[in-house]
Write a new protein. Structure first.
Lengths: 205, 759
């Protein structure tokens, strides 16, 4: 028996090649980058670069990105902020959680071009300029809310979102609303204790 | 003091905050795929869609046409390299690009390298293969598997343990349990994806890859690529979870290195979550038959444990947990046998407490069944069968605090409130069940080297090629140095995860704390000896004091009588700015070649059941409450209590966290984790984190860890027993026993799910 079969591993990116042209055709802010605006006569191609500008951790970035580039890969491979982690690339583990305009977002499920003009906060943007940790970061240290540390940036960003959303009222609520962030080292009880401490501190402030 | 930082009891170190905590909460800890690499090209794997057969043709033209594709490494391109070897360093003997034979689903058939990640992925998806495919054998009971005895096939199991006349004792036993149990395939699924970044400078190759064994990999990669090991460097400063999955090197590392050499650029290949199920190792599925015979007084007279394990066609990976189960209790007679079942699967590997998790699960579930058959309390049943000597070789235990663990855990849990009758406890709609089980893990150590430098300002640098996989080894190595050299932790830095550092053994088998701390202690003691000699010498600031009376504390050298000298003054007297010592630790009983083997990446393990004088184990007792909804059969675990004794505890914070994580792993093994296999195609079905279930935050409530004080000077100079793998042994049996207690249903095949409880 000999028949051609496609190699395994269905890719979201393959699926998207047909459907990103709408995103690529979005009106773009004036950009100084080398990315050309799609020529008016030629329809946008999925592999074309698009100009994207966004604010990341209170700094402005103008980027030229493949339309298929996720916000996660843009942060890691194009901006050099590798604190945000890739754990599944399918929105299933939460390691890539960042804040977009203050709300928690899985950056692997968000194309970078969809974030034109948005305000992105990553784990690198939390501590004060003087090095003082954000209350959630400090609480994670105090309660040993991690072991390997890989899911930690996503846990911390998600915890900030959870507190801001008012979903951290009880320990059961915290468990429920933090269940999109997997911790394979299983620091869960410590993560809950850390969020309780940080929530109370943020409320007092 | 919070729950995460338990107050130290006897022979327990302070709950010092992790030395890398700040780096980890600020995103500054660099995992291998984070390390900035200029001009890097991106790799993506194409993998087979059949499990057995041959690749007859590979169609690459569509992939090559994708803009940005630089190269495709495939059949023929690895011919100048040696094939991988199966063993402690290598995951499998399968060299996927050396041979067009397909041994398992998801086997690498090509690596695409492109300017961007997106282009590499797109091109990899366009590679098409023609196969001459054959009907694969997926697992147990599949047509076409081959079965052989495991003993002697792998150094992990030299012979089947036995003692006394099992057949006679079994025939004569008044009460018998004879049952079968099974555990499924499981994948480690650390949250960090597997990745390899390779870069060449002339003949020098540097690899950034999460690794639990940088020295072993350096040697193995040099062998495969026919390089001088001195020209190979493996860097893995932080590892995003490992659990055994990053212990053996896989075939990918050499393939990425070859790609980087071909294009003359660094190449980074991050393996997708889905592809990792076939590209890495996993926990083999196992089956067990347990026979326990006992007298009416509850004394066991016969113990039989037969195990069957799935492995790949070419490699004899052995789980082999009978060496621990055969030594657990005072059995009288023992008969064990382990068999390997070769199927068309990738080669399994070590996964957190590899032998003990499945084998002790079977034993402890059967122990609970026997306690029920005898009408005895399960804790009392274990107490009655507590051994003085291990039953196979008649050797004593170096220390064994199991009954203390049962006492402390059962009290904290409130075991006395349990009504022993199954199905008798209820809270509204919820059926309540309580169960317990024993945890055991062998205490081993291996040779290890370390370098320690102390400068006149009291700064300490520790260097050791071990691996921070989340255990806290970097922290406890620093604590050991801080304690021996009398400085605060803020003065200590620890470098690990680089094959250019003094070699350490593989971070597996729960040996790291014992091995690394023993080496660091030796190096510190050599620094101390130099300082003390100078301080007490005739021109030294403490002239006239004997060496034996000196110690180091608060940045000073102090005498018993309260005199002290500042470090800076002693360094001044010595006319040096820094003292640096290199130490090589080898455990008692090491062979004359032990240190050479450490440098060769093949460290000898000592301890466990392999020493002549005694057997060495850490023990624990775990108690679980389950609640099962009487209408929906939803299973919850509201609380779990574990008490563990593991010799010297270096740091109660990191120890507790590891044991807690282990217990939660155990809950996952009991209720969640299983890799499902399409038996027709021998393919993994649930290859992602949505369908491969692991415990999430909402699955876990109260987890109580009790660190039982224990002193054991016999195990190693640091007096430490490893505990990273102890916590998840026995847990699943405790859950199964609790489920039985709640419902009267004995579930013997893991994981236990709602559907098992409905009918």
């Amino acid at each position: 028996m000999s028949d051609a079969k496609i190699s395994s591993g269905l890719s979201r990116r393959m699926f998207m090649t047909a459907s990103v042209s709408a995103a690529a055709a979005m009106p773009l802010a004036t950009s100084p980058t080398r990315a050309a605006q799609p020529a008016s006569a030629k329809p946008a191609q999925p592999r074309d670069l698009s100009a994207v500008s966004m604010r990341i951790n209170k700094q402005s970035y103008n980027l030229a990105l493949d339309n298929r580039t996720s916000l996660l890969d843009a942060l890691r491979d194009h901006v050099g902020l590798t604190g945000t982690k890739k754990g599944c690339d399918h929105g299933q583990c939460g390691a890539c959680t960042v804040l977009v305009d203050g709300k928690r977002v899985l950056s692997c499920l968000s194309f970078a071009v969809m974030n034109q003009g948005r305000e992105i906060t990553t784990v690198e943007g939390l501590a004060s300029a003087g090095g003082e940790l954000h209350p959630v970061q400090q609480a994670f240290v105090d309660h040993d809310a991690f072991q390997c540390g890989y899911c930690t940036p996503g846990q911390i960003m998600s915890a900030i979102g959870c507190i801001n959303e008012g979903r951290a009222g009880s320990e059961d609520d915290i468990r429920e609303y933090m269940s999109g962030n997997l911790c394979r080292c299983a620091a869960y009880p410590n993560i809950v204790a850390a969020i309780v401490q940080a929530r109370d501190e943020i409320r007092r402030a | 003091m919070n729950q995460a930082a338990p107050a130290p009891r006897e022979n327990q170190g302070d709950p010092v905050v992790r030395i890398d905590a700040r780096l980890k909460v600020t995103g500054q800890a660099s995992y291998p795929a984070d390390i900035a690499t200029a001009n890097v090209a991106y790799g993506a794997l194409a993998t087979s869609s059949i499990a057995r057969g041959r690749v007859s043709a590979l169609h690459l033209q569509d992939a090559r046409a994708v803009p940005g594709v630089l190269d495709i490494v495939t059949y023929g391109d690895m011919d100048k390299t040696d094939t991988p070897k199966f063993g402690n360093t290598g995951a499998s003997s399968i060299g996927p690009l050396h041979d067009k034979t397909i041994f398992h689903d998801g086997q690498i058939i090509a690596l695409v390298v492109a300017e961007t990640f997106e282009a590499a992925e797109e091109a990899a998806m366009l590679i098409r293969a023609d196969y001459d495919d054959e009907q694969p054998s997926a697992s147990f009971d599949s047509k076409g598997t081959s079965t052989e005895a495991a003993a002697g096939k792998n150094p992990m199991l030299k012979e089947d343990a036995k003692a006394g006349d099992f057949d006679a004792a079994w025939a004569a036993a008044a009460v018998k349990v004879d049952e079968r149990y099974s555990t499924p395939t499981q994948h480690h699924n650390p949250i960090e994806l597997f990745s390899t970044t390779a870069m060449w400078q002339g003949d020098q190759l540097t690899i950034h890859e999460p690794s639990q064994n940088v020295t072993g990999w350096k040697m193995e990669l040099a062998r495969q690529l026919k390089l001088d090991p001195a020209n190979v460097r493996i860097i893995s400063p932080y590892i995003g979870g490992a659990f055994g999955s990053k212990g053996p090197m896989t075939a990918r590392t050499a393939i990425v290195a070859v790609a980087a050499r071909r294009i003359g650029r660094p190449v980074r290949c991050v393996v997708s979550r889905m592809q990792a199920f076939g590209a890495q190792t996993y926990r083999a599925e196992t089956r067990h038959r347990i026979r326990i015979g006992a007298g009416k007084d509850g004394r066991i007279t016969a113990f039989g444990h037969e195990g069957w394990e799935v492995t790949s066609r070419p490699d004899p990976y052995v789980v082999g947990g009978t060496s621990a189960t055969a030594r657990m209790y005072n059995y009288g007679s023992v008969l064990t046998h382990v068999a390997l079942v070769h199927a068309d699967r990738n080669t399994p590997g070590y996964m957190r407490s590899p032998p003990e998790t499945p084998y002790v699960y079977a034993l402890e579930n059967a122990m609970d069944e026997m306690a029920v058959a005898l009408g005895m309390d399960p804790v009392e049943f274990r107490r009655v069968n507590e051994p003085v000597k291990e039953p196979i070789g008649g050797r004593p235990f170096s220390s064994r605090s199991l009954i203390k663990c049962y006492d402390q855990a059962s009290e904290a849990f409130g075991w006395s409130k349990r009504d022993p009758e199954a199905g008798s406890m209820r809270d509204g709609d919820w059926l309540v069940g309580m169960g317990c089980a024993t945890a055991i893990y062998p205490t081993a150590a291996a040779p290890c080297a370390a370098r320690v430098r102390l400068t006149a300002d009291g700064e300490v640098r520790v260097q050791c090629g071990s691996h921070e996989i989340g255990t806290g080894v970097r922290t406890v190595a620093g604590q050991m140095a801080a304690e021996r050299l009398g400085v605060g932790m803020e003065k200590v830095s620890v470098e690990m995860g680089d094959s250019a550092l003094p070699p350490a053994p593989v971070s597996g088998g729960s040996i790291s704390t014992a091995s690394v701390c023993s080496a660091v202690m030796m190096a510190c003691d050599a620094v101390r000896a130099k300082l003390f000699a100078a301080a007490a010498g005739k021109d030294g600031p403490l002239a006239g004091s004997g060496n034996a009376k000196l110690d180091m504390a608060d940045g000073k050298i102090v005498t018993e009588t309260g005199k002290s000298a500042k470090l800076a003054d002693v360094f001044k007297a010595m006319q040096v700015g820094a003292i640096e010592e290199y130490a090589e630790f080898a455990p008692k009983g090491s062979s004359p070649e032990a240190l050479n083997k450490l440098y060769a990446g093949q460290p000898e393990f000592h301890g466990g059941e392999s020493d002549k004088d005694s057997v060495k184990y850490a023990f624990g007792a775990e108690f679980v409450e389950v609640r099962i909804n009487s209408r929906t059969r939803e299973i919850r675990v509201p609380r779990i209590v574990g008490a563990f004794a593991a010799g010297r505890i270096m740091n109660t914070r990191t120890a507790r966290s590891q044991l807690m994580g282990g217990m939660i792993w155990g809950i996952g093994q009991a209720l969640h984790e299983a890799t499902e296999i399409d038996r027709r195609a021998a393919r993994y079905v649930n290859r992602d984190l949505q369908d491969y279930l692991v415990p999430v935050n909402a699955d876990i409530k109260a987890v109580d860890v009790i660190l039982v004080p224990e002193v054991d000077h016999e195990v190693n100079p640091a007096g430490v027993k490893g505990l990273g793998e102890l916590g998840n042994v026995g847990t699943a049996a405790a859950v199964a026993s609790a489920v039985y207690h709640a419902t009267g249903k004995r579930i013997r095949d893991l994981p236990i799910r709602i559907e098992h409880l409905i009918v």
